[in-house]
Design a protein around this ligand. Structure first.
Ligand SMILES: C[S@@+](CC[C@H](N)C(=O)[O-])C[C@H]1O[C@@H](n2cnc3c(N)ncnc32)[C@H](O)[C@@H]1O
Length: 353
Protein backbone atom coordinates (compact mmCIF):
# COMPACT_ATOMS: atom_id res chain seq x y z
CA UNK A 1 0.00 0.00 0.00
CA UNK A 2 1.47 3.39 -0.88
CA UNK A 3 2.59 5.24 2.20
CA UNK A 4 0.88 8.42 1.07
CA UNK A 5 -2.45 6.63 1.35
CA UNK A 6 -1.79 5.52 4.87
CA UNK A 7 -0.68 8.93 6.07
CA UNK A 8 -3.57 10.81 4.50
CA UNK A 9 -6.17 8.71 6.24
CA UNK A 10 -8.56 10.78 8.32
CA UNK A 11 -10.59 9.93 11.40
CA UNK A 12 -13.85 9.03 9.75
CA UNK A 13 -12.83 8.10 6.27
CA UNK A 14 -10.19 5.40 6.41
CA UNK A 15 -10.09 3.63 3.11
CA UNK A 16 -7.17 1.42 2.36
CA UNK A 17 -7.36 -0.33 -0.99
CA UNK A 18 -6.92 -4.07 -0.87
CA UNK A 19 -4.04 -5.55 -2.78
CA UNK A 20 -5.35 -7.14 -5.92
CA UNK A 21 -4.74 -10.85 -5.84
CA UNK A 22 -6.01 -12.99 -8.67
CA UNK A 23 -7.36 -16.48 -8.16
CA UNK A 24 -5.30 -19.41 -9.29
CA UNK A 25 -6.65 -21.01 -12.49
CA UNK A 26 -7.25 -24.40 -10.86
CA UNK A 27 -9.73 -22.97 -8.34
CA UNK A 28 -13.43 -23.33 -8.99
CA UNK A 29 -16.09 -21.25 -7.27
CA UNK A 30 -18.49 -23.36 -5.27
CA UNK A 31 -22.07 -22.91 -6.55
CA UNK A 32 -23.19 -21.85 -3.06
CA UNK A 33 -20.91 -18.88 -3.30
CA UNK A 34 -22.57 -17.60 -6.45
CA UNK A 35 -24.30 -14.18 -6.18
CA UNK A 36 -27.74 -15.81 -5.87
CA UNK A 37 -26.90 -17.48 -2.56
CA UNK A 38 -28.17 -16.08 0.73
CA UNK A 39 -25.94 -14.56 3.37
CA UNK A 40 -26.74 -17.53 5.58
CA UNK A 41 -25.53 -19.99 3.00
CA UNK A 42 -22.41 -17.93 2.39
CA UNK A 43 -21.71 -17.71 6.12
CA UNK A 44 -22.22 -21.38 6.75
CA UNK A 45 -19.97 -22.36 3.91
CA UNK A 46 -17.50 -19.61 4.68
CA UNK A 47 -16.91 -21.03 8.13
CA UNK A 48 -16.61 -24.45 6.59
CA UNK A 49 -13.09 -23.58 5.54
CA UNK A 50 -12.30 -25.32 2.28
CA UNK A 51 -15.96 -25.84 1.43
CA UNK A 52 -16.47 -22.48 -0.29
CA UNK A 53 -14.11 -22.86 -3.20
CA UNK A 54 -12.10 -25.88 -3.84
CA UNK A 55 -9.85 -27.64 -6.24
CA UNK A 56 -11.61 -29.57 -8.95
CA UNK A 57 -12.72 -33.16 -8.19
CA UNK A 58 -12.02 -32.89 -4.45
CA UNK A 59 -15.42 -31.76 -3.14
CA UNK A 60 -16.79 -34.87 -1.52
CA UNK A 61 -13.47 -35.78 0.01
CA UNK A 62 -12.90 -32.35 1.58
CA UNK A 63 -16.51 -32.18 2.84
CA UNK A 64 -16.11 -35.53 4.50
CA UNK A 65 -12.82 -34.50 6.09
CA UNK A 66 -14.36 -31.26 7.36
CA UNK A 67 -17.44 -32.95 8.79
CA UNK A 68 -15.30 -35.58 10.46
CA UNK A 69 -13.05 -32.89 11.96
CA UNK A 70 -16.08 -30.96 13.27
CA UNK A 71 -17.48 -34.13 14.81
CA UNK A 72 -14.25 -34.88 16.66
CA UNK A 73 -13.44 -31.31 17.69
CA UNK A 74 -13.93 -30.93 21.47
CA UNK A 75 -14.33 -27.14 21.17
CA UNK A 76 -17.18 -27.53 18.66
CA UNK A 77 -18.87 -29.94 21.09
CA UNK A 78 -18.33 -27.57 24.03
CA UNK A 79 -19.71 -24.60 22.08
CA UNK A 80 -22.79 -26.62 21.14
CA UNK A 81 -23.30 -27.86 24.70
CA UNK A 82 -23.09 -24.35 26.11
CA UNK A 83 -25.25 -22.79 23.37
CA UNK A 84 -22.38 -20.58 22.20
CA UNK A 85 -22.42 -19.13 18.70
CA UNK A 86 -18.95 -20.41 17.77
CA UNK A 87 -15.87 -22.18 19.02
CA UNK A 88 -14.04 -18.83 18.60
CA UNK A 89 -15.49 -17.91 21.99
CA UNK A 90 -12.86 -20.16 23.59
CA UNK A 91 -10.00 -18.56 21.65
CA UNK A 92 -10.73 -15.12 23.03
CA UNK A 93 -11.33 -16.57 26.48
CA UNK A 94 -7.93 -18.29 26.36
CA UNK A 95 -6.14 -15.17 25.12
CA UNK A 96 -7.85 -13.07 27.79
CA UNK A 97 -7.31 -15.39 30.72
CA UNK A 98 -4.11 -17.23 29.85
CA UNK A 99 -1.98 -15.57 27.18
CA UNK A 100 -2.54 -11.99 28.29
CA UNK A 101 -1.45 -12.53 31.93
CA UNK A 102 1.63 -14.46 30.74
CA UNK A 103 2.59 -11.71 28.33
CA UNK A 104 1.90 -9.04 30.93
CA UNK A 105 4.07 -10.70 33.54
CA UNK A 106 6.93 -11.05 31.02
CA UNK A 107 6.51 -7.37 30.24
CA UNK A 108 6.59 -6.50 33.93
CA UNK A 109 9.81 -8.49 34.33
CA UNK A 110 11.38 -6.60 31.43
CA UNK A 111 10.26 -3.36 33.00
CA UNK A 112 11.84 -4.28 36.35
CA UNK A 113 15.10 -5.30 34.71
CA UNK A 114 15.19 -2.13 32.62
CA UNK A 115 13.90 -0.12 35.63
CA UNK A 116 11.81 1.69 33.08
CA UNK A 117 8.99 3.78 34.43
CA UNK A 118 7.98 5.40 31.19
CA UNK A 119 4.56 3.81 30.73
CA UNK A 120 2.07 5.40 28.45
CA UNK A 121 -0.30 7.43 30.56
CA UNK A 122 -3.42 5.30 30.10
CA UNK A 123 -1.84 1.90 29.66
CA UNK A 124 -3.75 -0.99 31.13
CA UNK A 125 -2.52 -1.39 34.68
CA UNK A 126 0.43 -3.78 34.76
CA UNK A 127 -1.46 -5.52 37.58
CA UNK A 128 -4.51 -6.28 35.41
CA UNK A 129 -5.06 -10.02 35.28
CA UNK A 130 -7.09 -9.98 32.09
CA UNK A 131 -6.93 -8.13 28.81
CA UNK A 132 -10.61 -7.12 28.85
CA UNK A 133 -11.44 -4.77 31.71
CA UNK A 134 -15.04 -4.18 32.89
CA UNK A 135 -15.14 -0.55 31.73
CA UNK A 136 -13.71 -1.14 28.25
CA UNK A 137 -15.18 -0.05 24.96
CA UNK A 138 -14.40 -2.97 22.62
CA UNK A 139 -14.53 -2.81 18.83
CA UNK A 140 -15.11 -6.33 17.43
CA UNK A 141 -14.44 -6.54 13.67
CA UNK A 142 -15.63 -9.66 11.86
CA UNK A 143 -18.00 -10.44 14.72
CA UNK A 144 -20.42 -13.00 13.24
CA UNK A 145 -21.61 -15.43 14.41
CA UNK A 146 -20.86 -13.67 17.69
CA UNK A 147 -18.52 -15.78 19.85
CA UNK A 148 -16.09 -12.94 20.59
CA UNK A 149 -18.81 -10.34 21.16
CA UNK A 150 -20.56 -12.68 23.53
CA UNK A 151 -17.39 -13.49 25.46
CA UNK A 152 -16.38 -9.81 25.64
CA UNK A 153 -19.85 -8.87 26.89
CA UNK A 154 -19.48 -11.29 29.80
CA UNK A 155 -16.30 -9.48 30.85
CA UNK A 156 -17.76 -5.96 30.68
CA UNK A 157 -19.98 -4.08 33.09
CA UNK A 158 -22.59 -1.75 31.74
CA UNK A 159 -22.64 0.51 34.80
CA UNK A 160 -18.88 1.08 34.43
CA UNK A 161 -19.26 2.00 30.76
CA UNK A 162 -18.40 -1.44 29.34
CA UNK A 163 -19.61 -1.62 25.74
CA UNK A 164 -19.15 -3.52 22.49
CA UNK A 165 -19.39 -2.17 18.95
CA UNK A 166 -19.46 -5.15 16.58
CA UNK A 167 -19.17 -5.19 12.78
CA UNK A 168 -19.70 -7.90 10.21
CA UNK A 169 -20.81 -8.37 6.61
CA UNK A 170 -23.66 -10.50 7.89
CA UNK A 171 -25.89 -10.15 10.92
CA UNK A 172 -25.15 -12.10 14.08
CA UNK A 173 -28.59 -13.59 14.47
CA UNK A 174 -28.96 -14.45 10.79
CA UNK A 175 -25.65 -16.32 10.82
CA UNK A 176 -26.68 -18.24 13.91
CA UNK A 177 -29.82 -19.59 12.35
CA UNK A 178 -27.59 -21.31 9.88
CA UNK A 179 -26.19 -23.49 12.63
CA UNK A 180 -29.64 -24.20 14.08
CA UNK A 181 -29.04 -22.35 17.29
CA UNK A 182 -32.06 -21.38 19.29
CA UNK A 183 -30.12 -18.52 20.88
CA UNK A 184 -30.64 -15.05 19.50
CA UNK A 185 -27.14 -13.83 20.07
CA UNK A 186 -27.62 -10.08 19.99
CA UNK A 187 -30.23 -10.24 22.76
CA UNK A 188 -27.95 -12.50 24.80
CA UNK A 189 -25.14 -9.93 24.49
CA UNK A 190 -27.57 -7.12 25.24
CA UNK A 191 -28.68 -8.96 28.36
CA UNK A 192 -25.07 -8.87 29.57
CA UNK A 193 -24.51 -5.29 28.53
CA UNK A 194 -28.00 -3.78 28.66
CA UNK A 195 -28.00 -1.08 26.01
CA UNK A 196 -24.25 -0.89 25.43
CA UNK A 197 -24.12 -3.15 22.39
CA UNK A 198 -24.15 -1.87 18.84
CA UNK A 199 -24.06 -4.17 15.87
CA UNK A 200 -23.24 -2.74 12.46
CA UNK A 201 -23.87 -4.87 9.42
CA UNK A 202 -21.45 -3.63 6.81
CA UNK A 203 -18.17 -4.11 5.00
CA UNK A 204 -15.32 -2.85 7.16
CA UNK A 205 -13.29 -1.99 4.05
CA UNK A 206 -15.86 0.68 3.13
CA UNK A 207 -15.52 4.19 4.50
CA UNK A 208 -19.27 4.46 5.17
CA UNK A 209 -18.88 1.57 7.66
CA UNK A 210 -16.14 3.56 9.42
CA UNK A 211 -18.53 6.47 9.73
CA UNK A 212 -21.18 4.18 11.23
CA UNK A 213 -18.62 2.85 13.72
CA UNK A 214 -17.79 6.40 14.74
CA UNK A 215 -21.49 7.13 15.20
CA UNK A 216 -21.76 4.06 17.43
CA UNK A 217 -18.78 5.23 19.51
CA UNK A 218 -20.56 8.53 19.93
CA UNK A 219 -23.75 6.80 21.07
CA UNK A 220 -22.11 4.46 23.53
CA UNK A 221 -22.54 5.92 26.95
CA UNK A 222 -19.44 6.02 29.05
CA UNK A 223 -21.23 7.36 32.07
CA UNK A 224 -18.44 9.93 32.27
CA UNK A 225 -18.72 12.30 29.36
CA UNK A 226 -21.12 13.06 26.58
CA UNK A 227 -20.24 12.71 22.93
CA UNK A 228 -21.20 15.12 20.23
CA UNK A 229 -22.18 14.68 16.65
CA UNK A 230 -21.23 17.67 14.53
CA UNK A 231 -22.80 17.88 11.07
CA UNK A 232 -23.66 14.19 11.22
CA UNK A 233 -20.06 13.24 12.07
CA UNK A 234 -18.51 12.32 15.36
CA UNK A 235 -16.51 15.08 17.00
CA UNK A 236 -13.07 13.52 17.31
CA UNK A 237 -12.19 14.97 20.67
CA UNK A 238 -15.40 14.19 22.51
CA UNK A 239 -15.95 10.70 21.06
CA UNK A 240 -15.24 7.77 23.29
CA UNK A 241 -12.24 5.78 22.04
CA UNK A 242 -12.10 1.99 22.11
CA UNK A 243 -9.64 0.47 24.59
CA UNK A 244 -9.44 -2.72 22.57
CA UNK A 245 -9.74 -3.32 18.84
CA UNK A 246 -10.33 -6.95 17.86
CA UNK A 247 -10.24 -8.30 14.33
CA UNK A 248 -11.23 -11.88 13.64
CA UNK A 249 -12.07 -10.98 10.03
CA UNK A 250 -11.05 -13.51 7.43
CA UNK A 251 -11.30 -13.07 3.71
CA UNK A 252 -13.50 -15.50 1.80
CA UNK A 253 -11.56 -18.66 1.13
CA UNK A 254 -10.45 -19.21 -2.44
CA UNK A 255 -8.80 -22.60 -2.03
CA UNK A 256 -5.37 -21.05 -2.49
CA UNK A 257 -3.92 -20.71 0.99
CA UNK A 258 -1.42 -17.96 0.12
CA UNK A 259 -4.11 -15.83 -1.54
CA UNK A 260 -6.37 -16.33 1.47
CA UNK A 261 -3.58 -15.46 3.89
CA UNK A 262 -2.62 -12.29 2.02
CA UNK A 263 -6.22 -11.12 1.80
CA UNK A 264 -6.68 -11.70 5.50
CA UNK A 265 -3.42 -9.83 6.22
CA UNK A 266 -4.90 -6.93 4.24
CA UNK A 267 -7.93 -6.96 6.53
CA UNK A 268 -5.58 -6.93 9.56
CA UNK A 269 -3.74 -3.96 8.07
CA UNK A 270 -7.02 -2.14 7.57
CA UNK A 271 -8.00 -2.83 11.17
CA UNK A 272 -4.59 -1.63 12.40
CA UNK A 273 -4.87 1.48 10.24
CA UNK A 274 -8.31 2.23 11.68
CA UNK A 275 -6.98 1.70 15.21
CA UNK A 276 -3.75 3.68 14.91
CA UNK A 277 -4.26 5.98 11.94
CA UNK A 278 -1.72 4.08 9.87
CA UNK A 279 1.35 6.25 10.53
CA UNK A 280 3.02 3.19 12.05
CA UNK A 281 3.40 1.69 8.57
CA UNK A 282 6.01 4.39 8.00
CA UNK A 283 9.45 2.99 8.98
CA UNK A 284 10.42 6.36 10.47
CA UNK A 285 7.43 6.27 12.86
CA UNK A 286 8.08 6.99 16.49
CA UNK A 287 5.73 7.20 19.43
CA UNK A 288 5.95 10.97 19.25
CA UNK A 289 4.05 10.83 15.97
CA UNK A 290 0.58 12.27 15.83
CA UNK A 291 -2.05 9.53 16.13
CA UNK A 292 -3.03 10.37 12.54
CA UNK A 293 -6.76 9.86 12.91
CA UNK A 294 -6.59 6.48 14.67
CA UNK A 295 -9.41 5.60 17.05
CA UNK A 296 -7.61 3.55 19.70
CA UNK A 297 -7.28 4.93 23.22
CA UNK A 298 -3.73 5.72 24.32
CA UNK A 299 -2.42 2.60 26.10
CA UNK A 300 -5.04 0.45 24.35
CA UNK A 301 -4.65 -3.01 22.84
CA UNK A 302 -5.07 -4.62 19.42
CA UNK A 303 -5.73 -8.27 18.63
CA UNK A 304 -6.05 -9.65 15.11
CA UNK A 305 -6.27 -13.02 13.42
CA UNK A 306 -3.95 -13.77 10.51
CA UNK A 307 -2.81 -16.86 8.66
CA UNK A 308 0.91 -17.57 8.85
CA UNK A 309 2.33 -17.27 5.34
CA UNK A 310 5.98 -16.38 5.74
CA UNK A 311 7.93 -13.48 7.17
CA UNK A 312 8.08 -11.53 3.91
CA UNK A 313 4.31 -11.31 3.59
CA UNK A 314 3.74 -10.69 7.28
CA UNK A 315 6.50 -8.10 7.68
CA UNK A 316 4.40 -4.98 7.04
CA UNK A 317 1.82 -5.90 9.66
CA UNK A 318 4.37 -7.11 12.22
CA UNK A 319 6.69 -4.13 11.89
CA UNK A 320 3.89 -1.57 11.96
CA UNK A 321 2.39 -3.19 15.06
CA UNK A 322 5.78 -3.26 16.79
CA UNK A 323 6.25 0.45 16.09
CA UNK A 324 2.87 1.43 17.52
CA UNK A 325 2.70 -0.86 20.57
CA UNK A 326 5.08 -1.54 23.40
CA UNK A 327 4.52 -5.31 23.51
CA UNK A 328 3.62 -7.54 20.56
CA UNK A 329 3.19 -11.28 20.65
CA UNK A 330 2.08 -13.96 18.16
CA UNK A 331 -0.25 -16.50 19.77
CA UNK A 332 -1.59 -19.89 18.77
CA UNK A 333 -4.45 -20.62 21.18
CA UNK A 334 -5.09 -24.28 21.87
CA UNK A 335 -8.68 -23.70 20.74
CA UNK A 336 -7.26 -22.99 17.27
CA UNK A 337 -6.85 -26.16 15.24
CA UNK A 338 -3.24 -27.36 15.10
CA UNK A 339 -3.39 -28.05 11.38
CA UNK A 340 -4.61 -24.52 10.64
CA UNK A 341 -2.10 -21.76 9.93
CA UNK A 342 -4.35 -19.42 11.93
CA UNK A 343 -2.45 -17.20 14.38
CA UNK A 344 -3.35 -14.23 16.57
CA UNK A 345 -1.29 -11.09 16.99
CA UNK A 346 -1.71 -9.48 20.39
CA UNK A 347 -0.35 -5.96 20.80
CA UNK A 348 -0.40 -4.14 24.13
CA UNK A 349 0.14 -0.57 25.29
CA UNK A 350 -0.54 1.59 22.28
CA UNK A 351 1.94 4.37 22.31
CA UNK A 352 0.77 7.59 20.79
CA UNK A 353 1.05 11.28 21.37
C1 LIG B 1 -13.98 -16.38 11.59
S1 LIG B 1 -15.39 -15.40 11.36
C2 LIG B 1 -15.44 -14.50 12.87
C3 LIG B 1 -15.87 -15.31 14.05
C4 LIG B 1 -16.29 -14.42 15.21
N1 LIG B 1 -15.17 -13.64 15.72
C5 LIG B 1 -16.87 -15.19 16.36
O1 LIG B 1 -16.31 -15.15 17.44
O2 LIG B 1 -17.92 -15.83 16.19
C6 LIG B 1 -14.84 -14.18 10.24
C7 LIG B 1 -15.88 -13.12 9.95
O3 LIG B 1 -15.25 -12.05 9.25
C8 LIG B 1 -16.26 -11.42 8.49
N2 LIG B 1 -15.66 -10.53 7.50
C9 LIG B 1 -14.81 -10.84 6.50
N3 LIG B 1 -14.53 -9.75 5.77
C10 LIG B 1 -15.18 -8.71 6.35
C11 LIG B 1 -15.28 -7.34 6.06
N4 LIG B 1 -14.65 -6.80 5.01
N5 LIG B 1 -16.05 -6.56 6.84
C12 LIG B 1 -16.72 -7.10 7.89
N6 LIG B 1 -16.65 -8.40 8.23
C13 LIG B 1 -15.91 -9.20 7.46
C14 LIG B 1 -16.99 -12.60 7.87
O4 LIG B 1 -18.29 -12.25 7.44
C15 LIG B 1 -17.02 -13.60 9.03
O5 LIG B 1 -18.25 -13.57 9.72
Amino acid sequence: MPLSLRTSISWCSHRVPLRQTSLPSNVVVHPLHAPTTTAIERKYHFSSLSMIMRHKHSRSQSSTIWLERQRKDPYVAMAQDQGLPSRSYFKLQEINELHYPALRSKANEKRKIGKSNNHTKNETSPKCKTLIQPSFLVLDLGAAPGGWSLYASTQLQHHLGGAVVAVDLISLDESLHSINSSTVISSKIRANLQSNFHFIQGDFTKSETHTRIMDAFAEVSSGKESSTIVNGECDVLSCRRPNLVLSDMAANFTGDSLTDAIRTLNLCEEALTFATGGNCFDPSYSSTHDRGGGVLEDGGAFLCKYFACGKDHEADLMNATKRAFRYVHAIKPSASRKESSEMYLLALDYNCK
